[in-house]
Design a protein around this ligand. Structure first.
Ligand SMILES: Cc1cc2nc3c(=O)[nH]c(=O)nc-3n(C[C@H](O)[C@H](O)[C@H](O)COP(=O)(O)OP(=O)(O)OC[C@H]3O[C@@H](n4cnc5c(N)ncnc54)[C@H](O)[C@@H]3O)c2cc1C
Length: 173
């Protein structure tokens, strides 16, 4: 509860990364924030399982949106490095193992990716991969600009959202 009766209050449901980032931003903006979490641990899908002394990621293994993490810390007047978080590059990034023992190695080193893709997809594969990367980059830029950096009520008022709500209603009749 807020000790100052004039202080604005907020309740955030869920202590996954989204809820925690929202709660931290609200607290930084002066709100008294209560976070409600149904589990006995925080992190949601971004938490860990432990079994017989081993730790397993529940979800993420790749840091996909480093810019947005940096933005969140900057909004809280700090940074990842100021909080003691040092990001280390893993090489290889990721190995996919097939049942027969073969593997596909994913790397941020373009020469390694070229070698791996050509092994599975032939000579033309790398060019297709580059065009897929360019398309994925366009999708990334659009989703950051049009979704992640927009407020929820802007989405609710957008003609596209109204249209998709109308289609959902029409489809459910
Ligand atoms: C297998 C897998 C692999 C993934 N890999 C990656 C990856 O490599 N890189 C990456 O960036 N992302 C990855 N993701 C996605 C990433 O994990 C999620 O996008 C992110 O963790 C979602 O965070 P969130 O806070 O939005 O939701 P969640 O983590 O789902 O948090 C929601 C929280 O709300 C709580 N909650 C729900 N309902 C209630 C209620 N009624 N009352 C109280 N509490 C409630 C839940 O218990 C949970 O703690 C992966 C996800 C999965 C499942």
């Amino acid at each position: 509860m807020a000790s100052n009766p004039k202080q604005k209050t907020a309740i955030v449901v869920g202590a996954g990364v989204g809820g925690i980032a929202t709660a931290a931003r609200l607290a930084s903006a002066g709100f008294s924030v209560t976070v409600l979490e149904k589990n006995t641990f925080t992190g949601g899908r971004c938490s860990l399982l432990t079994h017989e002394g081993y730790r397993f990621d529940q979800g993420p293994s790749l840091l996909l949106l480093p810019g947005l993490f940096a933005e969140t810390f900057a909004d809280l007047n700090t940074s990842l490095s100021a909080e003691g978080v040092e990001l280390l590059k893993c090489d290889p990034n990721y190995n996919m193992w097939f049942g027969d023992g073969e593997k596909f190695e994913l790397s941020s080193d373009t020469a390694v990716m070229k070698r791996e893709i050509e092994k599975w997809e032939g000579k033309d594969g790398f060019e297709r991969y580059l065009s897929w990367l360019a398309e994925a980059h366009r999708h990334y830029e659009i989703s950051v600009r049009e979704v992640l950096h927009k407020k929820l009520y802007e989405h609710l008022q957008s003609p596209q959202t109204k249209l998709s709500k109308a289609s959902v209603c029409a489809a459910s009749v």
